[in-house]
Design a binder for this molecule. Structure first.
Ligand code: ADP
Length: 406
């Protein structure tokens, strides 16, 4: 405790000095502002010393030494510990967490986020991949449907939730039409069987498709819907659709970082994000914000997909129509791997209109091959991304690395 001149103020000694365990019990009430869990639970309290005259020294291990929230943690620690009888002074020292501590803390935070999430109809065994982009028109929906189709052609059951409610294109791209059926208060997804091309004797794959496009008559009607209603619609899709067993659920998110993304993070905290961008370096700025949002909600960014990369002419000649380097630059900036570069291919666009995604209609075309390679990488489990700046974000990645090793 200090007065204005900086001299330590000694509160009158009220009884004997507390034990270090008493202090730790008080510290259990200090909540890390970023991870929303107690600093004791997160393993951030490295050491507690209490001298006989009631002076307490607490060593707090921060996620990163320069964490901007350190001041807030310090004053919380001081005010909590000062409440203990017998405490005359509280000193807070900072240290930095070891990689192991960070890994444990982040696992704890993720676990908590999952514990807090209300159960949805999406089973815990389903791997959820949310496909995001900073802005529209970069090919997010095309990536979603082609990746879903490529995964299904491996004999997998893949859900596709078209949450891009302002521009739902999934039904058209997959050639799925008609209203959603239902029974016993649950909505049933529309399904499309996909031949197994990986193992022709193996079971066929299945796409389970849900889109706002199945609920409203035209995009004009959907455009009149706003914010809360839209978020609620996605919530309903997760709660009221009888998804059943699925290996994967791919979610085509609306572009940007709005309520729907935050709602998804809350409802399906196990989601991993695939961020789609174009080779134009300028597009990367907006995409960075998506990655930031993900990390703040503890979602893992599994990788960056660069779409509309160079055009490969039949002669094999390559043309970088939309520039070069955007995907790599974004991946570097957010320290996530660049997992695919999908070439620009006119037939991809045509496939979208005829309801036959290129991954199925022309799997040997350059774009088709790229989608199948992306599916294979995801199935064989991508290496977890490495750390990026920011307290939570840094430990997120370290936690992943540690978890991958165990
Ligand atoms: P978003 O979901 O990001 O708004 P879409 O997937 O709807 O983007 O794609 C926008 C347009 O670009 C569509 O007409 C689509 O067919 C086309 N497109 C997307 N990716 C490619 C590609 N790799 N090659 C050619 N056309 C593409």
């Amino acid at each position: 405790m200090e007065d204005d001149s900086g001299a330590a103020i000694h509160a009158p000694l009220a009884g004997p000095a507390p034990s270090p365990d008493d202090v730790r019990r008080m510290l259990a009430g200090v909540i890390d502002p970023e991870l929303h869990l107690s600093i004791v639970e997160l393993g951030m309290v490295d050491d507690v010393e209490v001298s006989p005259d009631g002076k307490v020294k607490v060593k707090v291990a921060l996620t990163t030494a320069g964490c901007p929230l350190r001041g807030q943690i310090k004053s919380e620690v001081q005010s909590k510990v000062r409440g203990l009888p017998g405490v005359t002074e509280v000193d807070v020292e900072y240290g930095e967490m070891t990689q192991e501590q960070k890994a444990t803390a982040m696992q704890r935070a993720r676990w908590q986020a999952r514990e807090d999430a209300e159960p949805t109809e999406v089973l815990a065994t389903t791997r959820v991949l949310a496909v995001a982009s900073g802005k529209g028109g970069v090919g997010k929906s095309s990536v979603t449907v082609n990746l879903a189709a490529a995964l299904a052609s491996r004999g997998l059951t893949v859900g596709v939730l078209d949450a891009d409610i302002w521009g739902f294109s999934v039904p058209r791209m997959l050639g799925v039409e008609g209203r959603l059926g239902g029974a016993e208060g649950k909505i049933h997804p529309n399904t499309v069987e996909v031949p197994n091309t990986l193992d022709t004797n193996g079971p066929a794959g299945l796409l389970k498709v849900v889109s706002m496009g199945f609920l409203v008559d035209d995009e004009g009607t959907a455009l009149m819907w706003r914010g809360l209603i839209l978020t609620k619609a996605v919530e309903q899709f997760l709660n009221d659709v009888r998804w059943g067993e699925m290996d994967y659920l791919l979610i085509d998110l609306p572009p940007g970082t709005g309520d729907i993304q935050m709602g998804l993070a809350r409802m399906l905290p196990q989601s991993e994000l695939l961020v789609v961008t174009t080779p134009a370096v300028a597009a990367q700025r907006v995409a960075v914000r998506v990655a930031d949002m993900a990390r703040r909600s503890y979602l893992k960014v599994v990788g960056v997909v660069e779409n509309m990369s160079e055009f490969v002419a039949p002669s094999g000649e390559r043309f970088a129509v939309f520039g070069e380097g955007g995907g790599k630059a974004l991946a570097d900036e957010i320290s996530a791997p660049l997992v695919a570069q999908i070439p620009l291919e006119p037939s991809l666009s045509e496939g979208s209109d005829t309801g036959r995604p290129i991954a199925l209609s022309a799997p040997d075309s350059p774009a088709g091959v790229a989608f199948h390679e992306l599916a294979a990488q995801l199935v064989d489990d991508l290496a977890p991304p490495i750390e990026m700046a920011g307290c939570t974000a840094r430990i997120l990645e370290l936690a992943d690395q540690a978890a991958a090793k165990t």
